[in-house]
Design a protein around this ligand. Structure first.
Ligand SMILES: [Zn+2]
Length: 310
C-alpha cells in the first residue's frame, strides 16, 4: 500500500495562470535548446493540458494504476498574492470537500494565508472541525515565513488536535520570491511547537542537506520527496536518498508526487517505480521502502501517538 503526502486538484480554478506560467517558463529555460515563439506557445498549451482534471478522475485512475491507496489533496491559498483569488478561499475549500465526499481516496489539508487575520483562523478552524480537513498546507513563497508569529494560532490548533502542517520549501514558480522558502525558515516554528509534525514539502530539493540536517535534529520535521522527479537524471535522486538514509532518516521521509505539477515527467506509476528501484539498487532496505511509501505518513495521520517530539 502507498500513501501520497502531496497532491493538488489539477485545475486553473486552484492555480493562478500567472503562477503556473512562471513555473513552465523555468522548465523551458532549463531545456538544453532554445525554443522558437511557436514552439514556446505549443509547450504552453501542453502544460495547460496538465490542468484538465478538476474532478480528480484522471488522478484517481493513475493512483489505481500506481498502487497509491490514498493521496493528500492540498489547498494552496494564493488569494493574498493574486488578488482575484482573494474571495474564493472558502469556496475552494468547499470544492475540495465535495471531491472528498465522493470517495475515500482523498484526505484534505486546508490552506490559509496567515495574513488573512482572524477570518483566516476562523476558516481554518471550521475546515478542521466541521469539514474534515486533516492538516494545514502553507505556501511561504506567497510572501510570509512559516515561523511568522501570525501562524501561532494555527499551530496551536494543530498542536491540540494532533494535525500536521505541510510547508512548501525550495524554489518554485519564478513569478514568486523564494526568500521564505529556505529550510531554515521552518526551524523556529518547529522548535516552538514541538507537538506539531511539520512536513517539509520537497525535502529542500536544491538544499537537501540543510533539510536533512533539520530533520535529523528536530524530531517533528519530516521530508516529503515530491518534486524529485526532476532529479532522477544523472543519479541525483539516488544520491540524495543515500544522503537521507545515511543520516538515519528512513522514518522521516514521506512519498509524495505533487500531482499535477510533474505530470510532464510521466504517469504516477513511473515515479512510484523510480522510488521502488531504490530497493533494487540496495539504497533502501525493504523496511525503509515500506516506511517511506506508507508507514511514516500513516503514523502521522492516524496514530494515537501522532505527535512528533514526546
Ligand atoms: Zn505542491
Amino acid at each position: 500500500m502507498i500513501l501520497d503526502c502531496h497532491s493538488h486538484i489539477a485545475s486553473f480554478k486552484y492555480f493562478p495562470v500567472e503562477f503556473f506560467r512562471g513555473w513552465s517558463d523555468t522548465i523551458k529555460r532549463t531545456l538544453p535548446y532554445s525554443l522558437s515563439d511557436s514552439q514556446s506557445r505549443k509547450l504552453d498549451l501542453l502544460f495547460d493540458g496538465l490542468m484538465d482534471d478538476s474532478e480528480c478522475e484522471r488522478l484517481s485512475m493513475e493512483m489505481d494504476e500506481a498502487g497509491i491507496t490514498k493521496s493528500i489533496l492540498l489547498v494552496i491559498d494564493f488569494g493574498i498574492t493574486y488578488k482575484k483569488y482573494q474571495d474564493d478561499i472558502e469556496e475552494i475549500h468547499k470544492c475540495h470537500v465535495e471531491i472528498m465526499s465522493k470517495t475515500d481516496k482523498f484526505i484534505g489539508f486546508s490552506g490559509v494565508d496567515p495574513r488573512r487575520g482572524k477570518e483566516g483562523i476562523d476558516l481554518f478552524e471550521k475546515a478542521v472541525t466541521k469539514w474534515g480537513f486533516k492538516g494545514l498546507k502553507l505556501y511561504p513563497p506567497c510572501g510570509y515565513s512559516p515561523s511568522d508569529s501570525l501562524l501561532d494560532p494555527y499551530y496551536e490548533i494543530c498542536s491540540s488536535m494532533g494535525l500536521p502542517v505541510l510547508v512548501h520549501i525550495g524554489p518554485t514558480s519564478a513569478a514568486l520570491p523564494f526568500r521564505f522558502s529556505q529550510p531554515i525558515e521552518l526551524d523556529s516554528a518547529a522548535h516552538r511547537f514541538p507537538k506539531v509534525n511539520f512536513i517539509m514539502g520537497h525535502a529542500g530539493v536544491t538544499q537537501y542537506q540543510e533539510a536533512a540536517l533539520l530533520a535529523q535534529y528536530r524530531p517533528n520535521i519530516y521530508l516529503d520527496i515530491s518534486g524529485f522527479q526532476g532529479e532522477l537524471n544523472h543519479g541525483q535522486f539516488s544520491k540524495i536518498m543515500k544522503w537521507n538514509i545515511s543520516k538515519g532518516l528512513s522514518k522521516r521521509v514521506l512519498f509524495g508526487t505533487d500531482w499535477p505539477i510533474h505530470r510532464f515527467f510521466g504517469r504516477q506509476k513511473k515515479w512510484v517505480e523510480a522510488v521502488k528501484d531504490l530497493e533494487r539498487q540496495h539504497i533502501l532496505s525493504k523496511q525503509d521502502l515500506e516506511n517511506i511509501m506508507f508507514n511514516n505518513l500513516h503514523q502521522i495521520l492516524f496514530s494515537e501517538a501522532q505527535h512528533g517530539a514526546k
